[in-house]
Design a protein around this ligand. Structure first.
Ligand SMILES: Cc1cc2nc3c(=O)[nH]c(=O)nc-3n(C[C@H](O)[C@H](O)[C@H](O)COP(=O)(O)OP(=O)(O)OC[C@H]3O[C@@H](n4cnc5c(N)ncnc54)[C@H](O)[C@@H]3O)c2cc1C
Length: 311
């Protein structure tokens, strides 16, 4: 992480992104699940979603778009908002091969934006052993098991199960773990490493009932839909975020408006935070409304937001 542009870390502090955090016991997916159940004009959001992998985006003679899905279906749409990671934009959707839609600066930003690698391995334990045994809740080290965190999803029940995140890693530390593809082997290797520095803690690191179903691991780098965890620019690369973030403003002018808008966390100034995904999503929605002849309120991001940076 120390190789990331410091401006990324500064934004995190200035925007207060690490403040007032709350635990969502049922998981953050409950937020989107509930949004999907919202009814708008007689149909829920879930009913309006076609949940399929997009394999290609093309254009028709009348400047509409054809979206092809993995099931081989072709849908014609008036406008497109793309919210996948920049790497997925390049590798899967081939957007940087589309000079008719995107400027050279935006295509370069898609290809060059740095995404950070990350891995997590979670363990469900029989009990919250760290509370019972007076052991640390967090262990940070310079070993392979870099960051170990004990999570209490049932604070009201001292007899409840425990969850241990061993280990939460980034970049090189994550890339090393990617080679340990068997999750049990990965757990054993991490526990072995931890045994040298925290033997009393490491002794408890077995999944409940010794059942491998209670080991969960995830590597974002090898996720074919993401190809990385999230955007974190290298020093000097902030102008890529600027090119991506303001791409939606191509809708201001019919000459530059191609009808396709980029959004999502990796096109934002706050990669790695839902904040950036929401902000760019709203921006792209404004572009779509304007492009289709709708009216926006004053002070909208399309017309009222200007570029602040002079690199
Ligand atoms: C390890 C990690 C830790 C994080 N921690 C935090 C945190 O503490 N707080 C916080 O606010 N944010 C955090 N984030 C960031 C947060 O998850 C993102 O900001 C948010 O999910 C981004 O939303 P999005 O809609 O831009 O992209 P995503 O949520 O990545 O959604 C993009 C979707 O597009 C799908 N997709 C890809 N290709 C295709 C295709 N061809 N066709 C159809 N669908 C496709 C993907 O499968 C994915 O579901 C974290 C992210 C990671 C990876």
């Amino acid at each position: 992480m120390f190789r990331a542009a410091f401006i990324e870390i500064m934004r995190l502090v200035v925007n207060g992104l690490e403040e007032d955090q709350r635990l969502v016991p049922a998981g953050i997916a409950t937020l989107t699940d509930r949004m999907a159940q919202e009814s708008i004009e007689g149909a829920t959001l879930a009913q309006r979603i076609c949940y399929q992998r997009v394999t290609a985006i093309g254009q028709t003679d009348d400047a509409r778009f054809t979206v092809t899905t993995a099931k081989g279906e072709h849908q014609q749409v008036d406008r497109v908002i793309v919210t996948v990671s920049t790497r997925a934009m390049q590798v899967s959707l081939r957007l940087s091969q589309q000079p008719a839609w995107l400027t050279p600066a935006v295509r370069r930003a898609i290809n060059e934006t740095h995404l950070i690698g990350s891995s997590k391995l979670f363990l469900l334990t029989k009990d919250k052993f760290w509370l019972k045994q007076g052991l640390p809740h967090t262990i940070l080290s310079d070993t392979l098991a870099k960051g170990v965190y004990c999570l209490d999803y049932q604070p009201e029940n001292p007899q409840g199960h425990g969850v241990v995140l061993i280990s939460y890693t980034w970049e090189d530390d994550s890339h090393k773990l990617v080679t340990l593809q068997d999750k049990r082997a990965r757990l054993e290797r991490l526990v072995d490493e931890l045994s040298a520095t925290a033997p009393a803690f490491a002794r408890h690191l077995t999944p409940m009932n010794n059942d491998p179903r209670y080991i969960l691991e995830y590597d974002w780098l090898t996720d074919a839909q993401a190809l990385g965890a999230f955007k974190l620019n290298y020093p000097g690369d902030d102008h890529y975020s600027e090119a991506l973030f303001f791409q939606f403003q191509s809708a201001r002018d019919s000459v530059t408006d191609c009808g396709l808008y980029l959004a999502g966390c990796s096109c934002s100034f706050t990669g790695g935070w839902a904040e950036g995904a929401i902000q760019t999503g709203i921006n792209a929605a404004c572009a779509t409304v304007h492009s289709l002849g709708g009216r926006l309120l004053p002070d909208n991001p399309l017309q009222a937001m200007s570029r602040h940076y002079h690199y």
